[in-house]
Design a protein around this ligand. Sequence first.
Ligand SMILES: [Zn+2]
Ligand SMILES: [Zn+2]
Length: 292
Amino acid sequence: MDVGWNTDEALETLKEGLSSIGTDLRSIESIVVTHIHPDHYGLAGRVREISGAKVALHHLDAALTKSRYLDPRDLLLEMRSFLLDAGAPKEQVEELQTASLPALDRRSFVEPDIEIQHEEIAPIPGRSLKVIWTPGHSPGHICLYEGRSKRLFSGDHILPRITANISYHPQSGDNPLRDYLESLEKINNYDIEEVEPAHEYQFKEVAMRIKEIQHHHIERLVEIKTVLKSPPSKTAWDVAQELTWSRPFNSYPPFMKRMAVGETVAHLKYLISSKEVIAHNDNPVTYSPLEL
Ligand SMILES: [Zn+2]
Ligand SMILES: [Zn+2]
């Protein structure tokens, strides 16, 4: 399962965890990772080296490992044009564009040995965990469901307190929020007693948590429509500045600003697909409400 950042500290924590259940790194036979993000996938290479375990990732995230971790030059250029289209001020584009590069030191490039697909049984010896493809937070995000114990290993898809970041960016797919909301519905079809998320803590009552998360996104969509009501048409950057965040948008460090803009664009794309907002392909792109 997810191994964490590529740091000595994460490796030590993993070792301690394994020894507390009477095993060690060398006994690991497979590493099934819920998605490509470096806080989940980063350590996979080192654990594979120590244990000889096979690394497994959904095929859509597997397709992104090279451009993201081995040679991110194209991705950086795509990020630059995304930020300019979103209306980021020219003098901030450089720092926003490179904001995630420091994280490159905390992951290693690993190509998975096994590419997994929706509804197959995860390659974990002795366990029967079904793969549920839940795109949204990343295109190849998966959850794992154990029918016998009615447990869901939810990765970042469903967390007990915080909501997963759903952002539009060069590798997100066209409409990540629609994907995400559909993936939440998918989970609703399973009989789940307990959720084991990748962050925070275990919890029950998954249906209630799904409702809360849906509500959060609906509120966000309403907030964006309200912001767009006052003319003139606005860029995604303008909209992001007017939304409520955990603290004022302009006080965020570059990486957080970029996440906030990505989240805003994800919601705007959703509103375009539901025919509530229209995008004007100016440079930068602006948005206005679509009157029916
Ligand atoms: Zn993640
Ligand atoms: Zn995470």
